[in-house]
Design a protein around this ligand. Structure first.
Ligand code: NAP
Length: 312
């Protein structure tokens, strides 16, 4: 008999029929609440909160196969208590997300968005030696807060740009240091020395609000702040204020506190490049994310270990 499973409806076109063999799929659109029932697997998008009450309504659930590497939308403690496996989709989105972080770095450093707006609006009056002067990256310092898969991939891309790399993480990364010349520093030094500060840590209690009025004040004047991690790492009011006051050279953001709502002051802030959470949005990455999520479901339903569990 086919296993009843709930899968985010938005994944349907990324999945091939052979990945769904043996499953009786209910496609669940984002705007519908998680239903109660005898479902044995749930494949949610990161926008779906899966907490204690959702898990309670799914008493037969064996796995939550999150279609993202971050899993802050799942109450993993509640899941572990109910012996529900939680999996994510690491690695396959690392390059896509690191590329996007660099797109934001370059866009901020070289005023790509105002430049495009100037041309498209028809108000460009011609070449001028001081038009949209940006900053040269060679010789500058890239600071990484979090140097896991994505942070390291961003750091490795800094080498051909001629940037020095600093990073803050709880554990040293000797291979990464050898490859990129990166130096592990305290967070206070990361703030003080980075010309570009890029966030790559997960959303956990210790990282929430790590960029706030106080830490923004410690950043180098004119520095760029890049966030492709999670929105709640930044206090958005404080960031908007730093941009309004011209203390930061720019901010490149892909993630926000209350997605899809974006703080009005941030939307209006000068030198803010704002993307709609598209870090992993390449066809290659998205297909592989969906594939891994389904492979995790199939493994757990067969009684095999999951491929990419978030806890043991
Ligand atoms: P990862 O490999 O687990 O790396 C996370 C890094 O953060 C590790 O280096 C970890 O190192 C560090 N870290 C954890 N807690 C920390 C703390 N309290 N203080 C400082 N560093 C801490 O994860 P990843 O694959 O690189 O992904 C990183 C995050 O990017 C994900 O959690 C997700 O939220 C986000 N993401 C966003 C998008 C997007 O679409 N924008 C796409 C993919 C991922 P230590 O344990 O040594 O500290």
């Amino acid at each position: 008999m086919a296993h009843p499973v709930l899968i985010a409806a938005e994944l349907q076109r990324l999945l091939a029929p052979e990945q769904l063999v043996g499953l009786d799929v209910t496609w669940l659109p984002t705007d519908q609440p998680t239903p109660a029932g005898d479902y044995v697997a749930l494949v949610p998008l990161l926008s779906r909160w899966v907490g204690g009450s959702e898990l309670k309504r799914l008493p037969k659930l064996k796995i939550v196969a999150n279609c993202a590497v971050g899993h802050d939308n799942v109450d993993v403690v509640a899941a572990e208590m109910r012996r529900v496996t939680v999996t994510n989709t690491p690695d396959v989105l690392t390059d896509a997300t690191a590329d996007l972080a660099w797109a934001l770095i370059l866009a901020c450093a070289r005023h790509v968005v105002p430049g495009t707006e100037l041309v498209k609006s028809g108000s460009w009056t011609g070449w001028h030696p001081e038009l949209l002067l940006g900053i040269e990256l060679r010789g500058r310092t890239l600071g990484l807060f979090g140097a896991g898969r994505i942070g390291q991939a961003v750091g490795r891309r800094a080498v051909p740009f001629g940037m020095r790399v600093l990073y803050t993480a709880r554990n040293p990364r000797p291979d990464f240091e050898r490859e990129s010349g990166a130096i592990r520093v305290e967070f206070s030094r990361l703030l003080k020395d980075s010309d570009v500060l890029s966030l790559h840590a997960p959303s956990v209690p210790e990282t929430k609000g790590i960029i706030n009025a106080d830490t923004l004040r410690q950043m180098k004047p004119g520095a760029l702040l890049i966030n492709t991690a999670r929105g709640d790492l930044i206090r958005e009011e404080a960031l908007a204020q730093a941009l309004e006051e011209g203390r930061l050279g720019g901010a490149g953001l892909d993630v926000y506190l209350e997605e899809p709502a974006v703080h009005a002051r941030l939307r209006a802030a000068p030198r803010a490049v704002l993307l709609p959470h598209i870090g992993s949005a390449t066809l290659e990455a998205r297909r592989q994310m969906a594939t891994i999520a389904l492979a995790n479901v199939q493994a757990v339903l067969k009684g095999d270990p999951p491929l990419t569990p978030v806890f043991g």
